[in-house]
Design a protein around this ligand. Structure first.
Ligand code: NDP
Length: 388
C-alpha cells in the first residue's frame, strides 16, 4: 500500500487474537491507516496501550463496569473512552473505510450490525454473529450496500477461489478442517480431555473459545453455516474434509472438473491482509510456503461418531428457522461451562443436541428477535448444564 493513501479502520475485539494479528499488520503499514475505534470487553490495560500506540479516536469496553479503569488509563491522551453494549454499537457506527468484526460470540452481533448499517466494508471474523443472524445480517448487508469480506481463513480462501468465476459454475465447495488437537483421540480419551488439551491447537494460535470449537469440530459446523450465508451455494454442495496440515485453506470445484485451492501458512495475518488490501494485495512478514519441506498433504473424511458437531450444524442449517442461532447459543454456553471445568468435553455436543431437540422458533426477522432467541437458548442450555 502506498504512503499517503491513508484509510480509516475500526477494530471490534482489538485485544483478541484476530485483533492482535490485524494490528500487527497495521503497525507495519502505519502511514496507510488512521485508527477510529478499538474495542475490548474488559482488558483495559491492553486496550488503553493499543489506543495510545495507534492514536485511536475512541476506545470502548463492552463491560461498562470497566469504564472507570479505562478512563483512568487514557487520562491525558485525548482519546475518548466509552463503555457498554450501546457504546460498542455507537463506536462501530462511526464512519470507517474498514471495520474488522473480531469480537468473539454473539456478543459481537449488535456492533457488527451497527457497522453494516453504515454501508461500509466489514472484514468479518465473528462467525457466531453471522450464524445466529443469518438472513437478518445478509439482508442488512444488501439493504445498506455494505460489503462483507470473510476473514475466516476457509471463507477467505473460497472468496479468493471464486474471484473471476460465476457462482453458477460452482459444482462444490470443500471446507478443509485441521481436525483439531484431539483428532486422533478415542471416545474414552475425549471424555477425559481437559480445557488445556482442547485449546492446544497444533496449527493455529487462537482465542480459547474458537480453539475449543476447533477441538469439538463445532468450528467447522459454524463455518458450514457461515459458508452457506456468504456464498450462494446449496448446503448439499458444501462438504468438509479433514486436512491436518492446514495448508490448503479451502477449495472450489467447478463444473468443468477444475478445482481451485488457496494455500498459505497457517497464520491469520494472511487472510486478514487479504481483507485489508482487498481488492489489491499487500506484503506480510510471513515466509512463503516450502512445499518440499512440508513433504505431504493428507486428507480424511470427518468422523461424525466421535465428533457429532458437523452433523448437528448441517441438521440445524437444514431445519432452518432459528435452529442455527439456537445451536450457536447452546454451544457458547456449553463451551463456557467446559472452560470453567463444569462439564466434560463430550458433554458439549450432547447439550447442543438436547437443546436442538426442543421446539425451535421460526427464523428471526430482526436483530432484536435474534438476540431474544439467543438469550432464551443460552438460558435453556445453562439450565441443562446445571443439572448435568
Ligand atoms: P479472542 O478471545 O482472542 O478475543 C475476543 C475479543 O472479543 C477480545 O477483544 C475480547 O475483549 C472481546 N470480547 C469478548 N467478549 C466480549 C463481549 N461480551 N463484548 C465485547 N467484546 C468482547 O477471540 P479470537 O480473536 O480468537 O476470535 C474472535 C472471532 O474471530 C471469533 O468469532 C472467532 O470465531 C473468529 N475467528 C478467529 C480466528 C483466530 O485465529 N483467532 C480465526 C477465524 C475466525 P477482552 O480482551 O477484553 O476479553
Amino acid at each position: 500500500m502506498s504512503a499517503g493513501a491513508s484509510r480509516s479502520i475500526s477494530i471490534l475485539g482489538a485485544t483478541g487474537s484476530v485483533g492482535a494479528s490485524t494490528l500487527d499488520l497495521i503497525r507495519r503499514n502505519r502511514d496507510a491507516w488512521r485508527v477510529v475505534a478499538l474495542t475490548a470487553n474488559c482488558n483495559v490495560a491492553e486496550l488503553a496501550a493499543l489506543a495510545r500506540e495507534f492514536g485511536a479516536e475512541i476506545a470502548v469496553v463492552g463491560d461498562e463496569s470497566c469504564l472507570p479503569d479505562l478512563r483512568e488509563a487514557l487520562a491525558g491522551s485525548g482519546i475518548e473512552a466509552a463503555g457498554g453494549t450501546q457504546a460498542l454499537c455507537d463506536a462501530a457506527a462511526r464512519p470507517a473505510d474498514l471495520t474488522v468484526a473480531a469480537i468473539v460470540g454473539c456478543a459481537g452481533l449488535a456492533p457488527t450490525m451497527a457497522a453494516i448499517e453504515q454501508g461500509g466494508t466489514i472484514a468479518l471474523a465473528n462467525k457466531e454473529a453471522l450464524v445466529s443472524a443469518g438472513g437478518v445480517m445478509t439482508a442488512a448487508v444488501a439493504r445498506h450496500g455494505a460489503t462483507l469480506l470473510p476473514v475466516d481463513s476457509e471463507h477467505n480462501a473460497i472468496f479468493q477461489c471464486l474471484h473471476g468465476n460465476r457462482i453458477e459454475d460452482v459444482a462444490r465447495i470443500t471446507l478443509t478442517a485441521s481436525g483439531g488437537p484431539l483428532r486422533t483421540w478415542n471416545a474414552e480419551q475425549l471424555e477425559a480431555a481437559t480445557p488445556a488439551q482442547a485449546i492446544a491447537h497444533p496449527n493455529w494460535d487462537m482465542g480459547a473459545k474458537i480453539s475449543v470449537d476447533s477441538a469439538t469440530m463445532f468450528n467447522k459446523g459454524l463455518e458450514l453455516i457461515e459458508a452457506h450465508h456468504l456464498f450462494p451455494v446449496e448446503l448439499e454442495r458444501i462438504r468438509i474434509v479433514i486436512h491436518p496440515q492446514s495448508v490448503i485453506h479451502s477449495m472450489v470445484e467447478y463444473r468443468d472438473g477444475s478445482t481451485l485451492a488457496q494455500l498459505g501458512p497457517s497464520d491469520m495475518r494472511v487472510p486478514i491482509a487479504s481483507c485489508l488490501a482487498w481488492p489489491q494485495r499487500m506484503d506480510t512478514p510471513l515466509a512463503p510456503l516450502d512445499l518440499a519441506a512440508l513433504g505431504e498433504l493428507t486428507f480424511f473424511a470427518p468422523d461424525e461418531e466421535r465428533f457429532p458437531a458437523t452433523r448437528l450444524a448441517r441438521e440445524a442449517a437444514q431445519a432452518g428457522g432459528a435452529a442455527p442461532a439456537v445451536l450457536n447459543a447452546a454451544n457458547e454456553a456449553a463451551v463456557a461451562a467446559f472452560l470453567a471445568g463444569n462439564i466434560v468435553f463430550t458433554r458439549i455436543a450432547v447439550v447442543v443436541e438436547r437443546i436442538l431437540e426442543r421446539a425451535i422458533p421460526p427464523a428471526p426477522t430482526s436483530l432484536a428477535e435474534v438476540l431474544a432467541i439467543d438469550g432464551e437458548a443460552r438460558a435453556r442450555a445453562r439450565e441443562l448444564l446445571e443439572i448435568a
